[in-house]
Every structure is written in C-alpha cells, then in structure tokens.
Design a protein around this ligand. Structure first.
Ligand code: PLP
Length: 590
C-alpha cells in the first residue's frame, strides 16, 4: 500500500468508541456512554421528511441549504440567541460535526495552534490533527467549576495560536459558561486576534441558567457559531447542523461546501424547517425529562457519597470515580462494563483533565440511569489507591554542561529511599492527583520544591542551581506542568515541556524534550514520576511529535530505570551545540 498522509498517524482513536464496541460483546448492558437523546422525534418533523420523500423532493439544493431553512435559522437565532445575521452567513451542514470541520478548515493552516477545552468534545482534537494543526488543550479545573481561566489561556497562547474553541453547554461536563465568562473569552480572542469557534449544540438544554450565545456579545468579524438539530430535536441520524459565519465569507463557503458535501440531504433539511418553524413544546418536554433525570441522578450520587459536577446544561453528568480507578479510568471503564454491565464514557477520552472522571449520559430511562449509578463504586468501598504504593523516580536530570557527575547521582540514588521503579501495575499513581499547568501563585513554591527534589539526590551548585530554581523563566519561555493533590491543592511534582511547535534546550524538531521532572522529596513512592512521564508521552502524541526525549548528563539513575520501564531506550550519544557536552539521551519513539 502507498504511504498514508503523515497526519493520519496523529489522529487519536476515540476512547468512547472502544467502550461502545466492547459493549456489543456484553449482555444486558445499561448504555450511559453515548450522547443519544432518548426522546421521540415530534410527528410534525417526521411528517415533513416523509412528505419530502413522497414528493420526490430529492434534488441537489443550494450549497448553503434550502432557502426556507436558512431563513428559518436566521429567524431562530435572532429570537432565541440574540444573534443578528442573514442567509448569506448561514450554512447548513451535515450535522454540527461537519460544521466544526468546515469552520476549523477555514481558519487553520498546518502547524497553527488551536486552543480547545480539556475536558472537551473529542472531535475538536481529531479535526485539529486531520488538518495538521496543533491542538493545545486549555484545562478546565474542578476547583473553578470547570470554567476557563483566562490567566491560564494567556500562558498557552503563542504567536502560532490562531483560534479558540468554546463549548457551552459543554460536552462532556454539562457546565454552562455565564455571560461574563463568555465576554472574557471574547476579549481574550480579540486581544490576540484569534478566531472563535463556538459550539452551541446543547443551547436548548440549560437548567436554571440561560444560555448565552457568544456571538450575541460581539465579535462579528471573528466568531463562527456551530448549531445542530441533532440534540435539540432528537434528530442525530438526520445529520443537519448549521454554521453561522462572519460577513463576507459566502464565496469561500460556497466553494468549500461544494467540495466537501455539495449540500445536505433534502428531506432532512425539510424536516428541520418544520422543526424550527413548528411548535417547540416537545423541546421543552425533552429539557424537562433531562432535568428530571439529572436531578434524580444527582440525588442518587449524593446518597452514595460520589462527587460530581452539578449539571447546569446538556444532558451529561461528570462524575468523579478517581477513588476507584487507580489513575487509569479508561481501563477501569472497560472492567466496569465487563463486570457490572454498565457502559460509561471514560473521562480520559475527553482529554487529560478527564482522568479519574466519567461521563454519564442522562438522556436515558430514569430506571437505567439510577441502576447504573447504583452499580458505581461508592467512595467507601473504593479499593484503588490503597496498597498500590510505588517507588518513585525522584528527580530526573537534564544535561547542561554543569550537570552533576554520573557517580554522584548513581551513589545518591542507591543511597536514597527511592528504589528503582517497577514496571508492573503496582506503579499506578494514586487517585486524586491532577496534572495541570502551574499557576502564578505556585511558582515560588515549585521553585523551592524543585530545588529540594534535586538536592535530595544531587549536589546542586552554581548556574545549575539557578537553572533548577528558575521556574518563573520556564513559565515564560516554555510550559511548566504540575501534579497536584486534588484534596489539598498541594503541588507535588513538576515538569517543563516546550510549547507546542517549539523545541527546548537540546531537543530537535519533531521531538518533544522534557526537562526538570522533579518530585517533592516528601511525596515519593506515589507514582508521580511515572504519572508525569506518561503525561509527557501523551502530550507528545497529541502534538504529533515522533519521539519523546530526556537529555541527561548523568549515568543510569532511578529515573532512567523508570524511563526504561516505560519503553524509553538509551539513544546514541548526541552532538550538542558548542560548549555543551554530548548528551546521554533517553528516547521513546512514538
Ligand atoms: C459538543 C458537541 N458538538 C458537536 C456534536 C456533533 O453533533 P452532530 O450530531 O450535529 O454532528 C456533538 C455530538 O455529540 C457534541 O456533543
């Protein structure tokens, strides 16, 4: 077979599909994994589609959609979303899925960076890879109710950043961003001259908070909004969505649509005309059903002492099962399916911040939902985390000319409490640890911690000591990520990575080199070195790197045995720029 395009290597598999496929081999499964509305389609909608088929209304339509549908959309978004637009800015698409791809393909060049939510809808990342763009996840934290932190976005933005994707109400979180948050996101996009792609497919399902459309706040020249009939009208298989664009793009969109799909199937468009123009009671009834399910599910989770995000929109519950997953929610979800016959979506399928969480779909029968929750492990009967102590790598070192000698590290490693890391499952990290970008207020602490971690094993002096302590500079020139104990908020370990598309100290293009991975001396034996190294590997994959590299100026250390247990191999000595010794690099080919 001829070679496939290189971007195909980086398109990640869907973690939800895996569960979906496995579920087919299991009997009596309760399906809470997929976002499929469980309410019937309104008769008027079905009748309109049937009438179109009957009348042989099956010709090509204009690329942007039948005029009646575009007009209905213009009216609907004016009335319901406060967005003023016109038919030339409305493009009917094959579901929101194609609207998203279309929008991203219009604004992203290969190598451009796109900020997207983590946890976030999987398609955002997949599309970025398909377009050879670089997805840059912006973390949504439980301690901020999963709303974006503009300061963190400021740290992630680079001169390659071209767009930000916003999704409210959110899949998988069920979070809804208020007006102020959306206004702040828009101001951020304006300040950095970014496109905004606002995915609002759950617009009609919010509970006790009104949905705000980002485009209603301004940004007429930069906001692209994605809507869909799939969730609102329970029409997932009809495949009708729409994209609202800034003015002046019609000729471009006409060509893009022509090349991608020509147009959406005509009877489906007719069905959505009826849906938008007809009575909306069935949408309100669906919202009531989802609200009722979410409330009952929340009560059942409360009763069992299981933590979750209070759902404000969509029809998902974001549930913390980290007490049971031992740091690997994807494997846990498979076991849960096989043992308890309940299919749930593992949070890690939606990004790194989803580790330890699951998404339950409340668009299900109430009985199924409550039974599924009854089978979840309560906090009190959790087993993971206990008895899964592992040794930790302690600090790993990188190799400026001033790096400590091989012998000093080998000796100190042998003499320290840290024993070599085993590659078996006992090295799972403990539950309840979050990996996220460092925050400004943590920099001073992390600097001292990093120094203490390195000093525990090495003699650190001179420039090298300064370098180890200089977290602030790394934040400015690269990315510093930390592992944080969720319960206490304490930073336990940190690592420096390059920004997407850039290289670090001795890294080569296409590689992701990480540096200064340091674990707090008091937090060893908790698998944090492994956790952060795995994080680095996942990040490298996500960013399409071909190799992960740790450049070390030292001989075999406990850290190196950790890397080896994770598949890294010693690379031949590499020539470095003048003045720096050849490095002893450990590399993992991806
Ligand atoms: C956030 C989000 N955007 C887009 C889509 C895709 O919707 P559609 O069926 O209209 O393609 C989904 C579907 O689950 C979604 O959750």
């Amino acid at each position: 077979m001829p070679r496939l395009a290189s971007h195909t290597d980086s398109v990640p598999p869907s973690g939800i599909r895996r569960i979906f496929e496995l579920a087919h081999s299991v009997d009596d499964v309760i399906y809470l994994a997929v976002g499929e509305p469980d309410v019937p389609v309104a008769d008027a909608i079905l009748d309109a589609a049937a009438a179109a088929w009957e009348a042989d209304d099956t010709d090509y339509t204009p690329n942007g959609g039948v005029p009646e549908l575009r007009e209905a959309i213009v009216r609907s978004v004016a009335e319901r979303n406060g967005i003023r637009t016109d038919t030339e800015r409305v493009w009917v698409t094959n579901g929101a899925t194609q609207a998203l791809y279309l929008a991203m393909s219009l604004v992203l060049d290969p190598g451009d960076e796109v900020l997207l939510p983590d946890p976030g809808y999987t398609t955002f990342t997949m599309n970025a890879h398909l377009l050879s763009a670089t997805p840059v996840p912006y973390p949504l934290h439980p301690d901020r109710d999963f709303t974006p932190d503009i300061a963190e976005l400021e740290r992630l933005v680079t001169d390659r950043t071209k767009a930000i994707i916003v999704n409210s109400p959110s899949n998988p979180l069920g979070a809804v961003f208020d007006r102020d948050t959306l206004a702040a996101l828009l101001a951020f996009a304006e300040a950095h001259d970014l496109w905004v792609i606002s995915d609002e497919v759950y617009e009609r399902f919010t509970y006790d908070i009104a949905h705000t459309s980002l485009a209603s706040l301004g940004g007429d020249d930069r906001v692209l909004t994605v809507f869909s009939a799939s969730k609102t009208y329970a029409l997932t298989g009809a495949r009708v969505g729409w994209l609202l664009t800034p003015p002046g793009l019609a000729p471009l969109l006409r060509s893009a649509q022509e090349a991608m799909i020509s147009c959406v199937n005509t009877p489906a468009q007719r069905a959505v005309v009826a849906a938008l123009n007809g009575p909306q009671e069935h949408v309100a009834a669906a919202a009531e059903h989802y609200r009722d399910n979410l409330e009952r599910a929340a009560a059942a989770l409360d009763e069992r002492g299981i933590r979750y995000l209070d759902p404000a929109g969509a029809f998902y519950l974001w549930v913390d099962v980290s007490h049971a997953t031992g740091g690997d929610v994807a494997s846990w979800a498979e076991r849960f399916l096989l043992e308890q016959h309940v299919a749930v979506a593992p949070g890690s399928a939606f990004g790194r911040m989803g580790e330890g969480w699951i998404r339950l779909c409340a668009a299900a029968s109430t009985a199924d939902l409550l039974e599924g929750i009854r089978r979840l492990p309560a906090r009190s009967d959790a087993t993971a985390g206990s008895g899964t102590e592992s040794s930790d790598s302690g600090p790993t070192t990188e190799a400026p000319g001033s790096a400590p000698t091989a012998d000093s590290l080998a000796e100190s490693a042998a003499g320290s409490a840290a024993t070599p890391v085993q590659s078996d499952s006992s090295s799972q990290p403990r539950a309840g640890i979050l990996v996220r970008p460092i925050r400004a207020e943590e920099i001073a602490f992390a600097s001292e911690q990093r120094f203490a971690a390195y000093s525990a094993d090495l003699e650190i002096t001179g420039d090298y000591a300064e370098e180890v302590r200089d977290v602030a500079r790394h934040v400015e020139t690269a990315e510093v990520w930390v592992a944080v104990e969720e319960e206490t908020g304490r930073v336990l370990a940190s690592v420096t990575l390059p920004r997407p598309g850039e290289t670090l100290h001795l890294g080569r293009p296409g590689e992701l080199e990480f540096r200064l991975l340091a674990v707090d001396p008091d937090a060893r034996r908790r698998g944090l070195g492994r956790l952060l190294t795995q994080f680095v590997i996942d990040t490298a994959r996500e960013r399409g790197a071909t190799r992960v590299v740790m450049n070390s100026g030292t001989e075999m250390t406990s850290a190196h045995s950790l890397y080896e247990s994770m598949g890294f191999a010693r690379m031949p000595e590499r020539e470095n720029p003048p003045g720096i010794e050849p490095s002893r690099a450990y590399g993992l080919e991806l």
